[in-house]
Write a protein that binds this ligand. Structure first.
Ligand code: AMP
Ligand code: ZN
Length: 472
């Protein structure tokens, strides 16, 4: 597989540390609010990556953290813990908020066919591991105590800006914009590993540590959880592009200083979902959730389709108009698949070239829109219905759009009364299509099917001939 690596800024051949096995880590949600459809764009594309790797034959071991402590309002370690603001907003405890929004997140994932990772670890369950990592970093001279907090000393690294696109100037702007500056830091890029002083009085969850009662910084959780669960060599680390700096940059600093060698080879970042106001974000409010889309009558899988129609490395602009286009495309696809006969056996050798094409599309830096093109190619191809259905099921191991189920759904009678004249016209076209198919004139058969689809006719090939109804 070829994959773009944010570390090298190039599309590279993917070679895992252990042949045949992939260790995959994903930054999980900060559970102080519902995930918005921007967050879920990242998780959908990461899900397709995982499913493609499995499809390509790799054994994938995937871990996700749940951020339930330490992620402050500003990524530059200032402001209030986001979890605490969530708890205050809803007059609940931090742990109640964490449980509620973790469950809500996985419920959304299920609706979007995002597989729950094998291992999901809430940060609050691993504080002793974070303390151990911070102690080691102090022991190795990569960290220092100041004003009660423990900081990572970025001046100890040869190259802190590993992704190369963040200059000191950019960060200086970030610091100026933030609520407050931290005078304890020796270097402006240093970051907190363990807090005892910052916003301490307010913090609901605190743990004993060698540096006093306190709580962990946000970045340490991903380093510690990943190393503990997946070992010293990570193959792919995923996240939205906003996590590249400072979160992932800091994760790399900590993990490599702790381990004493390079840690993660490939960095997979999903570009943002934007709306008319720019990047969709929880803190800005007014964001869209899966429940909201459902309330408006959209099947969540239409949103998955919308995401798959674009490449993960391009920003994606959301509008209801474009979601409507995806809904139409999904419905048409469902009708075509629903109309395929369930009789007969697939021709596996005829299917093979299409499987190769599909694999090549997804293997080219996860080109999902090209993968969808292969789906349409199959539906248009001179293949038996059984082979087409076989291929839909095969591709759906990766796309996971529920293609066959959507087909079934599209075939359910809608109970519409059809005027006699129209019914005769439709029956006539169906008979012509049957003749064309008998004569193996697939192009003519497909053209007639397209004409029928355009008329809103939904067909199903059964042992007793074609059953049809008009779309509601
Ligand atoms: P958070 O819950 O804020 O920790 O974010 C969860 C994931 O969503 C992270 O991987 C973020 O990088 C990602 N993310 C946040 N906003 C967006 C967005 N507008 N589009 C795509 N991904 C996003
Ligand atoms: Zn992380």
């Amino acid at each position: 597989m070829e994959l773009y690596n944010t570390l090298s800024h190039k599309v590279e051949e993917f070679v895992p540390h252990t042949p045949g096995k992939v260790k995959l880590y994903t930054c999980g949600p900060t559970v102080y609010h519902y995930a918005h459809i921007g967050n879920l764009r990242s998780y959908i594309m990461e899900d397709v990556l995982e499913k493609y790797l499995r499809y390509a034959g790799y054994q994938v071991d995937r871990v996700m953290n749940i951020t339930d402590v330490g992620h402050l309002a500003s990524d530059a370690d200032t402001g209030e813990d986001k979890m605490l603001s969530g708890a205050k907003r809803e007059h609940k405890t931090v742990m109640q908020i964490a449980q509620f929004y973790t469950d809500a997140f996985f419920a959304d994932c299920e609706k979007l066919h995002i597989r729950k990772p094998d291992t999901v670890v809430p940060a609050t369950s691993r504080v002793p591991d974070f303390i151990e990592m911070v102690e080691t970093l102090l022991g190795k001279g990569y960290a220092y105590e100041a004003g009660g907090n423990v900081y990572f000393d970025t001046s100890k690294l040869d190259n802190y800006y590993v992704f190369g696109n963040q200059t000191g100037e950019d960060l200086a702007v970030g610091v100026r914009d933030s609520v407050e500056e931290d005078g304890n830091k020796r270097n402006k890029t240093d970051f907190v590993l363990w807090f005892t002083k910052s916003k301490f009085d307010d913090q609901e969850l605190k743990w004993d540590s060698p540096w006093g009662l306190g709580y962990p910084g946000w970045h340490i959780e991903c380093s510690a959880i990943s190393v503990k669960e997946l070992g010293e060599y990570l193959d792919i680390h995923c996240g939205g592009i906003d996590n590249a700096f400072p979160h992932h940059t800091n994760e790399i600093a900590q993990s490599e200083a702790y381990l004493g060698h390079p840690w993660c080879k490939y960095w997979f970042h999903v570009l943002h979902l934007n709306d008319a106001r720019g990047k969709m974000s929880k803190s800005k409010g007014g964001f869209l959730t899966v429940s909201l889309l459902e309330e408006k009558g959209y099947n969540p899988l239409v949103y998955r389709m919308f995401c798959l129609q674009s490449h993960y490395r391009k920003p994606l602009t959301f509008s209801f108009e474009s979601l409507d286009n995806a809904a139409q495309a999904y419905q048409r696809l469902a009708q075509r698949i629903g109309g395929l006969s369930k009789e007969g056996e697939p021709d596996l050798s005829a299917a093979k070239p299409y499987q190769e094409k599909f694999k090549e599309a997804l293997g080219s830096d996860l080109n999902t829109s090209l993968g969808l093109t292969v789906v349409y190619d199959v539906l248009k191809a001179e293949l038996s219905d059984a082979t087409k259905r076989y291929l839909m099921a095969d591709f759906d191991q990766v796309l996971d759009l529920g293609l066959l189920e959507a087909g079934e759904q599209a075939m359910r009678p809608q109970g519409a009364e059809v005027p006699q004249e129209l019914a005769e016209k439709i029956e006539g076209l169906i008979a012509k299509r049957a003749e064309a198919r008998k004569a193996k004139d697939w192009a003519a058969a497909d053209a007639i099917r397209d004409e029928l689809t355009a008329m809103g006719v939904v067909m199903k090939d059964t042992a007793n001939g074609v059953e049809w109804h008009l779309q509601a």
